[in-house]
Design a binder for this molecule. Structure first.
Ligand SMILES: NC(=[NH2+])NCCC[C@H](N)C(=O)O
Ligand SMILES: [Mn+2]
Ligand SMILES: [Mn+2]
Length: 289
């Protein structure tokens, strides 16, 4: 998927993450992996949705996410862990639609430089990859909210955003209005990643029936993850993000995960895909000793 934003190439993300050895990495940890292939994205969309100016490619984005939601539901019904690779962050719409089905209280960890809490009204870009978290909370365009045929997927009190350093006006307002827990880079620097993660784990595991990790590679400092479409200086390092994944692995709360926004055209020798694979390794229990 690359239609949730304007930089071409991020649709090749899953393919370069595979090339960087994600399947082997997980198998080496003793996991059984089934690669279910790519979801075919494109026109014609079976949804006859009028495209609106500030919701670019709405019909195709909705169509693709409906397919993704079905796929995720299928994986869960087999008793497996859904690991979703992107693609731009608009795919979180389908991931969450699939994962939250039959879950009253899904917890969500949104590890991202951005809040992705815009709507067609507040978005400065019209790019849907800046809207999946708000839509999943039931805020925004009907078609985005209702992917999977229900809304909302998550409650604001079950969400925690980590690594934020670029928030639009409407996003700030929404965070205050809904009381969403956000650890911006200010808190990461002040408290340290280990304390931030411990608090985040506590926050999303309290009374929830599953926790989804949505990791946008642009959360990482662009020095460590240059292959992303909307880089923002001053992020957590590769090392700190490893620690975050290790703490999540220890906590044993994560029931689904996605890694998004890897764009090989903007990357430096597949560095960002390799970072994604290494982080996936840590999330799934890899240890040095
Ligand atoms: N998933 C992402 N990389 N989102 C970036 C969003 C950037 C900006 N806030 C927008 O809405 O256009
Ligand atoms: Mn982002
Ligand atoms: Mn994002």
């Amino acid at each position: 998927m690359d239609l949730g934003q304007m930089r071409r190439g991020v649709d090749m993300g899953p393919s370069v993450i595979r090339y960087a050895g994600v399947v082997e990495r997980l198998e080496n940890l003793g996991h059984e992996v089934e690669d279910r292939g790519d979801i075919q994205i494109g026109r014609p969309s079976k949804y006859d949705i009028k495209n609106e100016e500030n919701l670019k490619d709405l019909d195709v984005v909705v169509n693709a996410n409906e397919m993704l939601a079905d796929e995720v539901i299928d994986v869960i019904s087999e008793g497996s862990f859904p690991l979703i690779l992107g693609g731009d962050h608009s795919i979180a719409l389908g991931s969450l639609a699939g994962v939250a089905k039959d879950k009253e209280n899904l917890g969500v960890i949104w590890y991202d430089a951005h809040g992705d809490l815009n709507t067609g009204e507040t978005s400065p870009s019209g790019n849907i990859h800046g809207m999946p978290l708000s839509a999943s909370m039931g805020i925004g365009h009907e078609a985005l909210k209702n992917i999977g045929g229900y809304s909302p997927k998550v409650k604001p009190e079950n969400v925690v955003i980590i690594g934020a350093r670029s928030l639009d006006e409407g996003e700030r307002k929404l965070i205050k209005e809904k009381g969403i827990r956000v650890y911006t880079m200010h808190e990461v620097d002040r408290l340290g990643m280990s304390r931030v993660m411990e608090e985040a784990v506590e926050h999303v595991s309290n009374g929830t029936d599953g926790v989804h990790l949505s990791l946008d590679l642009d959360a990482l400092d662009p020095n460590d993850a240059p292959g992303v479409g909307t880089p923002v200086m001053g992020g957590p390092s590769y090392r700190e993000t490893h620690l975050a994944m290790e703490i999540l692995a220890e906590s044993n709360i994560i029931t689904s995960a996605e890694f998004v926004e890897v764009n090989p055209i903007l990357d430096n020798k597949n560095q960002t895909a390799e970072a994604a694979v290494a982080l996936i390794g840590s999330l799934f229990g890899e240890k040095l000793l």
